[in-house]
Ligand binder design. Structure first.
Ligand SMILES: Cc1ncc(C[n+]2csc(CCOP(=O)(O)OP(=O)(O)O)c2C)c(N)n1
Ligand SMILES: [Mg+2]
Length: 369
């Protein structure tokens, strides 16, 4: 039983933390991270077209600044939950491009041993708690993790990522309500790319300024330019400091999606002008230009980073290609639920239930009247 909420130790007062601006080295690291996500995702799209990747595949193309900025604000001991658009978060959390690519290819060296695929990368060591395909599925789980931290008196925080469309799922509201009531150490991040699946925020959300939804739960919130990694990093630090002090936070990042919803989506619901505007707002090119202007990176360094990262991603693809496919006998090795609770694990095609007893056996046992 969790302790009564009224007897719990009061949380510290939230004050706006003072953060130092990122150093030149941190800026270069953010840039490299963004280039890695860009090149990895481009390679993933290519591998998908070559039929090396099965299932669905959603990319972070256009969200690189948001991903890099958010992940840079976290401590190694913090927990991250994401939706199915999670490759970039896995990379930024320190999962190697080799293990991430091998997972896309469904191979044993993948971060989820090849059984998760694009939407289900998971790595407890880096506290990357997954990849979820059910819209909003990660939100109550992340909230539960925050409750566990709080219950044990830990100092970690949880960051729970989601898209704009997720804010219309019931579990989003239930989670924010309970997190605010109980003062849980969690930051909910809504990456607002303006689009759900074949619909827009304006068409689907009565309050399209999604950060305002936090006010229903008396939760602090902010909206930030998701194309600027430094702005995202600073906003995320404020949000995390609030969460650690017992005031959960809702951060909305304004991002752009450079391609379709998933790799196979031709995105016909978008006008050519809208799609062109999203491509023109390219956060990787924007940040590189910004750093060049500020004298942090020269053009030659920008090209060198690109070449190094491209080679790293090609090596990851070669690694994935060479990794063996998992044996079917390991199908249930990494699941924690069975079709029937406490029932033994079975392979496809095996009977779920034992054959029912024949009627005369029941009659003789006096079981049927
Ligand atoms: C409960 C549930 N309903 C519907 C879907 C189908 N679906 C997959 S992604 C998606 C759109 C989600 O949009 P958003 O949260 O904005 O994320 P984005 O893809 O834009 O990053 C939908 C409706 C699903 N996976 N789960
Ligand atoms: Mg969206």
């Amino acid at each position: 039983m969790p302790p009564s909420r009224t007897t719990r130790t009061p949380k510290a007062q939230v004050s706006r933390p003072v953060h130092t601006a990122p150093s030149d080295d941190q800026l270069r690291a953010l840039h490299r991270q963004m280039v890695l996500i860009r090149r990895f995702e481009e390679r993933a799209a290519r591998a998908y077209a070559e039929a090396k990747v099965g299932g669905y595949c959603h990319l972070n193309l256009g969200e690189e600044a948001t991903v890099a900025g958010l992940m840079a604000a976290l401590a190694g001991s913090d927990y991250v939950y994401a939706n199915y658009r999670e490759h970039g978060y896995a990379l930024a959390r320190g999962i190697s491009p080799e293990r991430a690519m091998a997972e896309l290819y469904g191979r044993t060296d993948g971060v989820s041993h090849g059984w998760g695929g694009s939407m289900h990368m998971f790595d407890l060591e880096s506290r990357f708690m997954g990849g979820y395909g059910i819209v909003g599925g990660q939100v109550p789980l992340a909230t539960g993790t925050a409750l566990a931290i709080d219950y044990r008196g830990g100092t970690e925080a949880v960051m729970c990522l989601m898209g704009d469309g997720t804010t219309n799922i019931g579990a989003f509201h239930e989670s924010l309500n309970i997190a605010a009531l109980w003062g849980l150490p969690i930051v909910y991040v809504v990456n607002n790319n303006g689009l759900g699946m074949g619909t827009t925020v304006e068409q689907s959300s009565a309050e399209p300024e999604l950060h305002k939804r936090a006010s229903s739960y008396r939760m602090p919130s902010a909206r930030v330019d998701g194309g600027d990694p430094v702005a995202v990093l600073e906003a995320a630090r404020v949000a995390l400091a609030s969460a650690r002090a017992g005031r959960p936070y809702l951060l909305e990042t304004m991002t752009g999606r450079m391609k379709g919803h998933s790799v196979v989506d031709p995105a016909r619901y978008r006008s050519p002008e809208e799609a062109a505007a999203a491509r023109a707002a390219d956060p990787v090119a924007r940040f590189a230009a910004d750093l060049r202007e500020r004298g942090v990176l020269g053009q030659d360094e920008i090209e060198r980073v690109d070449a190094e990262v491209t080679a790293e991603v090609s090596a990851a693809a070669a690694f994935a290609d060479a990794s063996p496919e998992p044996d079917v006998s390991t199908l249930f090795d990494y699941t924690y639920a069975t079709p029937v609770p406490n029932d033994s694990r079975r392979l496809p095609g095996e009977a779920l239930f034992p054959a029912p007893p024949r009627p005369h056996a029941l009659l003789s046992a006096g079981g049927v009247r």
